[in-house]
Design a protein around this ligand. Sequence first.
Ligand code: NDP
Length: 314
Amino acid sequence: MTEETEHVKCLIIGSGPAGFSAAIYAARADMHPVMYQGLQPGGQLTITTDVENYPGYPQGVKGPDMMVEFQEQAERFGTDVRFGMATEVDFTGDVHTVTIDGKKKITADSVIISTGASAKWLGIESEQRLNGFGVSACAVCDGFFYKGQEVAIVGAGDTAAEEASYLSKLCKKVTMLVRRDEMRASKAMQHRVMNAPNIQIMWNTETVEILGENAVEGVRVKNNESGEESEFPITGFFVAIGHKPNTDIFKGQLDMDDVGYLKVKSGSTKTNIPGVFASGDAADKIYRQAVTAAGTGCMAALDAERYLSEKGIH
Ligand code: NDP
């Protein structure tokens, strides 16, 4: 395998609102940022429908459209946006090394991490086997395939409630599988699902197995109070149980909490390694909004700019 090395002043890993905001600021500050977009160019908003809470869009905007505009704005000032996934990092030296797709090496004076977060899964065998064959972690992406059918969704947070509500408009019946006797979702979202005539909530219920050989045909669940198991037919099984930060490649090099959220110095985006900055959902387990991600992306570019000028790198 041939190995090429390229040096850049500012490397941005990840292409959600944090990455593109960092790119806009870094490019306008003449840092000539190079961005690697990762596995999901545009990030989580590309699998969302309407975004109604991002300031500046009074009529709302489609998530994928917003990300196209973010990219256009970053490129307008000269950001070099590339396909590719960071697969390894070495932050031990003065100059940081990031390997892309297992072969290309980039050395960077500053690195901005904006790798975001990914959906969590239950971790049962049938879920993995039937993933893409009726099992999905994105109702907005895949709900359409189950028009007029019966589906189940597991989770009890705002995401699960929002997705259940979305599915209820397409599907004949939606069963929500909630593992406790209450939901974590906001009261407004709870009201919405409880008032939908075709959403049924099963409390204290855990998934034992998703049934079906090559496609989802049903689900076996267990009441965790009575221990009683039951089965019912469905054709779609949606998982909405939260997200995990995409920070595995930084393990052992950057400080993170026990879930994997990167730790930054309070009031900044500085990680424990000088010249490496963290922004967006990868470092935010509390807010996780597009607008907060964009804000910390901007902070990361400003922090990186100051770092470079203090080091005399122009
Ligand atoms: P959350 O972490 O808030 O909720 C995850 C849910 O999944 C919890 O109800 C949890 O149950 C359940 N869960 C976790 N693991 C399992 C499991 N193995 N089996 C069954 N259930 C499980 O994640 P969300 O993605 O819902 O939300 C993330 C953040 O984003 C929150 O802050 C939320 O408010 C926000 N958000 C806001 C929206 C909005 O304002 N429109 C829309 C979507 C998200 P338990 O409660 O028992 O722990």
